[in-house]
Design a protein around this ligand. Structure first.
Ligand code: AMP
Ligand code: MG
Length: 339
């Protein structure tokens, strides 16, 4: 049985208490954050955390992010908090930034995917913060079946998990729409493991140059430090094709591809920042922020409309565009057409 709690009008203390009880009892609660919805469990309860992996069908070596509501919680999870971590936390928390640090013994290996490091972030969403404050640090990956696009609406979570987890908190649409930026601070040099809701440029203003892990660029690697990166991700049922290149060329290429696939008898959807004629069309908006916010929703909605092929317009890889392109290329299984 799944309890769906409506909190679209803001934090309700009584309802938070109910959800917090579930967490403290080792149950699963999906909740909104400013990035995407998370599927949460008590981060220090190994049995509870294992249920997240089961529910999602997530490989056990793909580590979870632990969500905290208090700066002091960081020291309870990480055995060493270097200067860079302090600077980043002071500047960007609560917010869409995750730092990877050496873990304390108390953090179960189930939570860290078997690693000696733990990923931590303080989310900037009043519901998430209230839930953590009323319970404990919460391990939460995105609340989607493993490999599917991340959820930005409670409906998406309901589609994937209704009847399979104890509680879903509906807090309306998430503001940012892509997951957090993940920076590894456990090795010699700060390294970007995943571009996300906080532009890398902002991180570099505070701690200087950050290395980019090769897996971010789509190189297939199988190293312990980037376990999440070796799995297929964000994929709807339809085949996604990303078109990248100069704007005028992209426009022409997308129109051509639509015709080509339709001629072969496929139903074609397009997701882009300007209008296209196709069987289905999802307007992503104009700004970087709008595109990030609408990205996963577009993939899910076009899928629901039963298209066979989704043609996605590429965006410039700066600011939030870095996170958007990372998700899009993965969703496409690196099927990229250069225009
Ligand atoms: P998700 O919870 O689905 O947003 O995925 C969390 C991602 O954070 C993982 O797939 C990893 O890429 C990254 N991550 C979490 N914990 C660690 C860690 N201890 N070391 C390296 N990367 C991590
Ligand atoms: Mg995820």
């Amino acid at each position: 049985m799944t309890v769906v709690i409506n909190m679209r009008d803001g934090v309700d203390k009584e309802k938070i208490r109910i959800a917090a009880r579930f967490i403290l009892d080792g149950k699963l609660v999906a909740f909104p954050t400013e990035t995407v919805y998370g599927l949460g469990a008590d981060a220090l309860n190994e049995k509870a955390v294992k249920r997240i992996f089961e529910a999602k069908g997530r490989p056990p070596d793909n580590p979870l992010i632990v969500h905290i509501s208090d700066f002091d919680d960081l020291r309870k999870l990480a055995s060493d908090v270097p200067r860079e971590a302090r600077l980043l936390a002071e500047r960007f928390w609560p917010g869409p930034l995750t730092v990877v640090l050496p873990k304390r013994e108390e953090v179960p290996y189930a939570t860290t995917g078997g690693l000696d490091t733990v990923a931590v972030r303080m989310p900037a969403h009043p519901i998430a913060l209230a839930l953590i404050k009323a319970s404990t640090p919460i391990a939460a990956p995105s609340a989607n079946i493993s490999g599917k696009p991340s959820p930005t609406l409670a409906e998406h979570v309901i589609d994937d998990f209704y009847g399979r987890i104890e509680c879903i908190i509906d807090g309306g649409e998430t503001k940012i729409g892509v997951e957090s930026t993940v920076i590894d601070l456990s090795s010699e040099r700060p390294t970007l493991l995943r571009p996300g809701g906080l532009p890398l440029e902002e991180v570099e203003k505070v701690i200087g140059e950050v290395e980019i892990h090769p897996a971010v660029r789509g190189k297939l690697v199988d190293v312990a430090r980037s376990p999440g990166m070796k799995y297929k991700h964000y994929s709807p049922n339809a085949q996604v094709i990303v078109v990248e290149g100069r704007r005028e060329n992209v426009r022409k290429k997308i129109a051509e591809l639509v015709e080509e696939y339709r001629a072969k008898g496929f139903r074609v959807g397009v997701m882009a920042t300007e209008e296209y004629a196709a069987d289905e069309f999802f307007h992503l908006g104009k700004t970087e922020e709008e595109v990030a916010r609408n990205l996963f929703r577009a993939l899910r909605e076009l899928d629901k409309k039963g298209v066979d092929v989704i043609i996605a317009e590429g965006v410039e890889e700066k600011g939030l565009g870095f996170a958007v392109m990372n998700r899009l290329r993965k969703a496409a299984g690196y099927r990229i057409v250069w225009a």
